[in-house]
Ligand binder design. Structure first.
Ligand code: PMP
Length: 285
């Protein structure tokens, strides 16, 4: 039986009750994280918690959970839920108010919810799980604060859904200047002539923990030239390789963007090397 965490207690999911006056429900007023754990070991835990704490500070939610408390919640959920590989979803909303009013209310208690979902395995370690992604491409219509990991994900959901409706598993996005931002639930990398590039961190993209891990591992263990720079839509479509990255996908090779086949139509040689480096070093940080 699976158990979830809600405001200090562990319980079966059907017993977890949240007020409909919760601002997470009414406004999507909250911050979330997803931390993967393989055989009980969490990947990028400190970085995920740090990003969550910056997100909470950015929207003035005061929550006094320490990284150690978060670790204990995650470890308990991992132990109390079935399966060797789990994603841990952490969610903090501003809490329930007595009325619906846009302004941040004072003196309410944040709602803290967490649950596990089973992951099929470690994408980079298991060739069976290495999906060759076909993705859609469309203009980014989300808000101007995409660096905040907000639970208000309707823009991302709509972008993902339009990819899904076209039979794809992700949608890569470009801004009004035809510059690549990210994908609906992933960051984007390209490879051209052996050089690895990814868009720079700014308000248009989430600072992905997988993106950071890849950049850190490449700097430490490889001689690849790596650039954080603006990437145009044309460069994406003409790239030798395209990858999408996220905590649960790890480094996902993209073989088709809209109608354009990327490179040879198979995961490329740079991806092979990077995914091998990633699987060797990903738990070191
Ligand atoms: N961008 C968006 C919009 C995301 O939702 C995610 C996470 N699903 C990412 C990038 C990748 O972030 P991470 O590597 O921390 O999972």
């Amino acid at each position: 039986m699976s158990l979830v965490y809600l405001n200090g207690d562990y319980m079966p999911p059907e017993q977890a009750k949240i007020s409909p006056m919760d601002r997470g429900f009414l406004f999507g007023d909250g911050i979330y994280e997803v931390v993967p754990a393989y055989h009980g070991k969490m990947l990028g835990f400190d970085a995920h918690i740090q990003r969550m704490q910056s997100g909470l500070a950015a929207i003035d939610i005061e929550l006094d959970y320490t990284a150690q408390q978060w670790r204990q919640i995650c470890d308990t959920l991992i132990a109390k839920n079935p399966g060797p590989n789990q994603g841990i979803y952490l969610h903090v909303s501003r809490g329930a108010d007595s009325k619906r009013n846009h302004a941040y209310p004072q003196g309410i208690t944040p709602t803290v919810f967490a649950f596990c979902f089973e992951l099929p395995g470690e994408p980079v370690c298991d060739p069976e799980l290495a999906t060759n992604y076909h993705v859609s491409l469309e203009q980014d219509k989300r808000w101007q604060r995409c660096n905040i990991k907000s639970t208000a994900l309707l823009g991302n959901v709509m972008h993902y859904q339009s990819g899904a409706a076209a039979g794809n598993k992700e949608t890569i996005l470009f801004n009004s200047d035809e510059q690549i931002t990210e994908a609906s639930s992933s960051n984007v990398f390209i490879v051209k002539d052996g050089v690895i590039s990814t868009p720079p961190l700014d308000h248009q993209i989430l600072p992905g923990i997988t993106r950071w891990l890849i950049l850190t591992i490449l700097a430490e263990y490889s001689d690849f030239a790596v650039q954080q720079r603006v990437i145009s839509k044309a460069e994406l479509l003409n790239a030798d390789e395209v990858w999408i990255t996220s905590a649960t996908k790890e480094v996902g090779p993209v073989v088709k963007v809209a109608d354009q086949v990327i490179g040879s139509g198979q995961p490329g040689p740079v991806w092979q090397q990077v995914q091998s480096l990633f699987s060797q070093h990903k738990f070191d940080y």
